[in-house]
Design a protein around this ligand. Structure first.
Ligand code: COA
Length: 415
């Protein structure tokens, strides 16, 4: 079956996680993604956190599926010419170098426009224009600067970063949307444009509800669904909310049977208002359904700790999966705390292609996360990541270079 982005050629100048996440998605949608790397070393993640000596790391393989790899030394004059040829034949250049690196290579926006006025130049940077625009940024820096860390964790502890890579992979997702939008606009304007996704902006976008809460706090001085209410104190900034729900339906993480030995024997339980009476029945507190101190969402807010303690007395008598089965029968929203081991072994995720087993010529079989976005007319087939420079000759030949020219460029250290 044809793919949504068939015919789109991406010059992939990305490395580490944020940029590669973006170009991997585009490749899964059918774009021809040509990853440009330095001969000898390539993307630094090929050798980071290796679990098998001399094999590309899982860090690299899990972020670079469905791409082709070519090696070009873009600081070598002959290498620059090869890159110019590529720029002329591609639709999008994606990069996440440190600020200024592309300019220092000689590929300014103006130069790229001269070579290909239709080219879309898409960048991930740590910060947008402003005091930090020249800074190099990694995941956790973005989580801290984007508002995630100050609002994550418990009130009596330090700021905490989350395991979800919202700075890197989150910004890569934002960039991918920017690219397809620019490609769509190009169908009308016939012009390229710059697309920028700053990691601070991407994280803040995902922390939107916390900026909502900042303004609620400034106006009212209190947020009644936060664990600080009613006995704790609120300061001037949104506090860390522990496991409180970010929405209008209070929730918390509760212990389940086996929690003493299993660090993930927990369930997330939401006391959704429409099913309050059913919750009361399930936990054996039928009287709460009509008691004026508990019957309405507003009345319950000062009692949330006590309510969750009572519900936990019930969840501790069930495993998280038993509790799920019972609660789902009553449409009570809840979710098991799944470990990565449980997710890796989950058959239903494999059936949908969300977890995929891939074979690699050097490392053998490994698991990866497939495309989380499913298109009915553009299904994703996950193919392994390329070896360093695996497609250099193939791509050079497509660009019109002869075997002799390729050999000469290799001898000159340009490719
Ligand atoms: N041929 C020749 N040189 C190449 C090359 C190639 N094929 N590919 C890269 N380079 C050079 C670059 O030109 C740059 O050289 P310069 O510093 O002399 O200009 C150099 O490699 C290093 O690039 P840089 O991006 O600075 O890498 P770094 O390892 O020092 O920094 C980051 C890594 C991630 C901190 C930085 O790239 C960054 O801040 N990126 C933007 C934000 C981002 O995406 N962060 C998240 C990463 S998951």
């Amino acid at each position: 079956m044809a793919k949504a982005l068939d015919g789109v050629r991406i010059l992939d100048f990305t490395h580490v996680q944020s940029g590669p996440t973006c170009t991997q998605l585009l490749a899964w949608f059918g774009a021809d993604v040509i990853k440009v790397e330095r001969a000898g070393t390539g993307d630094v993640t090929r050798e980071q956190l290796r679990d098998i000596p001399d094999a590309d790391s899982l860090y690299f393989t899990m972020l670079n599926h469905n791409k082709r790899s070519v090696t070009i030394d873009t600081k070598n004059p002959e290498g620059k010419k090869v890159l110019e040829t590529l720029i002329k034949t591609c639709d999008v250049l994606v990069e996440n170098f440190a600020p200024g690196a592309l300019d220092r290579m000689g590929f300014t926006w103006e130069r790229i426009q001269e070579l290909n006025p239709q080219m879309i130049v898409a960048s991930v940077k740590g910060f947008g224009p402003g005091p930090y625009e020249d800074c190099k940024v990694y995941e956790n820096v973005a989580q801290c600067a984007g508002g995630a860390a100050s609002t994550t964790g418990f009130d009596d502890g330090p700021p905490v970063v989350t395991g979800a890579q919202i700075g890197d992979s989150g910004t890569g997702l934002h960039l991918a949307l920017g690219i397809v939008t620019a490609l769509f606009q190009r169908t009308k304007t016939n012009r390229g444009q710059k697309v920028l996704a700053a990691m601070q902006d991407g994280v803040l976008n995902l922390c939107r509800v916390k900026l909502r809460d900042q303004q609620r706090l400034a106006r009212t001085g209190v947020m009644k669904e936060y664990p600080q209410y009613p006995n704790g104190t609120f300061g001037e900034a949104v506090p860390r909310a522990g496991n409180a729900s970010g929405g209008g339906q209070p929730g918390w993480i509760l212990k389940c049977k086996g929690w003493e030995a299993d660090p993930n024997a927990y369930i997330y339980f939401i006391t959704q208002a429409p099913v309050w009476a059913k919750i009361c029945n399930v936990i054996g507190k039928e009287e709460w359904a009509t008691d004026p101190d508990y019957a309405t969402p507003a009345a319950r807010l000062p009692h949330l700790k006590e309510i969750f303690a009572e519900i936990e007395r019930w969840t501790m008598t069930k495993t998280k999966f038993e509790a799920m089965d019972i609660l789902n029968k009553y449409d009570i929203p809840c979710g098991p705390i799944l470990s990565m081991k449980e997710i890796a072994e989950d058959e239903s995720l494999r059936k949908t292609g969300t977890i995929v087993e891939v074979d690699h010529p050097v490392r053998g079989k490994y698991l990866t996360v497939g495309n989380p976005i499913k298109l009915s007319d553009s299904p994703t087939d996950v193919t392994r990541s390329p070896l360093l420079g695996e497609h250099t000759d193939e791509v050079m030949t497509e660009l019109g270079y002869s075997a002799q020219q390729i050999a000469a460029l290799r001898t000159a250290g340009a490719i």
